[in-house]
Ligand binder design. Structure first.
Ligand code: NAD
Length: 358
């Protein structure tokens, strides 16, 4: 039976790196089981349909088994133009809402070949860094009430945050399941010394944890966690946290491997449907120049094969080929190390495909 993938390249470097991920998919799809349907999203969609997430794209995504997403958005200084106004909210947040994507998975992996570009010292990253950050996506302060008001001649502001136990349990199960196939440890991050939502978070994660006796659970306050990520990132295996804390901690952690261009991500719903995208944005400064790093998009493809299609061998083949290409000294501009030769987007993909096929 064919496997249907909606491919949404988007804007900026999105089309550059998506074209390379599709070449990698062809390289691992020996039995030609994948049926790929491209669709417009973001500013590219607005130009044609005057919508960042057109109905036609929605239908293609609904008919697919998974979505492979590039990136959306234009130059920051042009954010007020109709084509770019609310582009990210109208496309990526609309997709999250349409498909009820409850959790975001962001692996943060430091490659031994790239320790020189990590901002952390060798003595700190010596134990290696391989963290899977799981961020709850559909609750918390992002979906609460926000208002500014005037009272007693003073300006006030108010934001509300809410969680229900099901939202927390979905993220917790995802974390414990993932830890079973990794190093068997979950760190749940909250602010339970202050916030009611965090107290509930801790309660539910602890209850879910009882169903996974072979996984070790620890709780950590978010302020300590931010510090521990810099002091000793090697201590973390799977981290699970609420929407706002996850947004901040995953961006902070993404600095450790040395470039956004290396980082994949997956957003999944409760029934396992997923959207896969690199962690970076549309990088308009380098779009169309054959210099963007395709690895984040290619590893997002590997996550799609693993989580949506259970094709673990194909996913591992891609992940190993990326590691081998980096060990062999292939470098795009963002990960250039001393003595290495700079190559382009397409040439990096050529190298990765040659290791897949060797
Ligand atoms: P950005 O992630 O696009 O770029 C930040 C820096 O990282 C730039 O110097 C860029 O060149 C570099 N970079 C990013 N990906 C790279 C890659 N694959 N290879 C090499 N270098 C890479 O963030 P920004 O400049 O703040 O935002 C640009 C646009 O992207 C904005 O319109 C923003 O709204 C949008 N954005 C979209 C998403 C998304 O689609 N999910 C996420 C973040 C930002």
């Amino acid at each position: 039976m064919s496997k249907k993938v909606a491919v949404l390249p988007g804007d900026g470097i999105g089309p550059d790196i998506m074209a390379q991920a599709q070449r990698v998919l062809e390289a691992v799809d020996k039995d030609k089981i994948f049926e790929v349907t491209p669709a417009a999203i973001g500013g590219a969609a607005f130009e044609k349909f005057e919508s960042h997430f057109p109905e036609e794209t929605k239908k293609i995504c609904e008919a697919a088994d998974a979505i492979l997403f590039g990136s959306v958005g234009g130059p920051i200084d042009q954010a007020h133009l109709p084509k770019w106004k609310n582009c990210e909210t109208n496309s990526i947040l609309a997709l999250r809402k349409t498909f009820q994507l409850n959790v975001n998975l962001r692996p943060v992996k430091l490659y031994p070949a790239l320790t020189a570009i990590s901002p952390l010292k060798d003595s700190v990253i010596g134990n290696g860094t391989d963290i899977l950050i799981i961020r709850e996506l559909v609750g918390d302060i992002y979906f609460g009430e926000h208002k500014q008001y005037q009272e007693n001649n003073k300006r006030h502001a108010f934001d509300s945050a809410e969680y229900d136990e099901d939202q927390i349990a979905i993220a917790a199960h995802q974390a414990f399941q993932a830890a079973k196939h990794r190093r068997g440890k979950v760190t749940s991050v909250d602010k339970a010394n202050v916030m009611a939502t965090s107290k509930l978070w801790r309660e539910i994660v602890s209850e879910v944890g009882k169903q996974y006796p072979d996984v070790t659970l620890e709780h950590m306050l978010v302020d300590n966690c931010a510090m521990q990520l810099i002091l000793n990132p090697g201590q973390f295996d799977v981290m699970v946290t609420a929407n706002l804390f996850g947004d901040i901690l995953s961006d902070a952690a993404s600095a450790i491997p040395g470039s956004l261009g290396l980082m994949p991500s997956a957003s999944l719903n409760a029934s396992g449907f997923g959207l896969y995208e690199p962690s970076g944005g549309s990088a308009p400064d380098i779009a169309g120049k054959n210099c963007a790093n395709p690895i984040g998009q290619i590893l997002s493809l590997a996550m799609m094969l693993r989580y949506s299609f259970e094709m673990h061998d194909a996913a591992s083949a891609i992940e190993n080929a990326v590691r081998q290409a980096l060990e062999a000294g292939y470098r795009t501009a963002d990960i250039l190390t001393e003595g290495a030769r700079k190559i382009g987007t397409k040439e990096m993909t050529d190298a990765i495909i040659s290791f897949i096929e060797s």
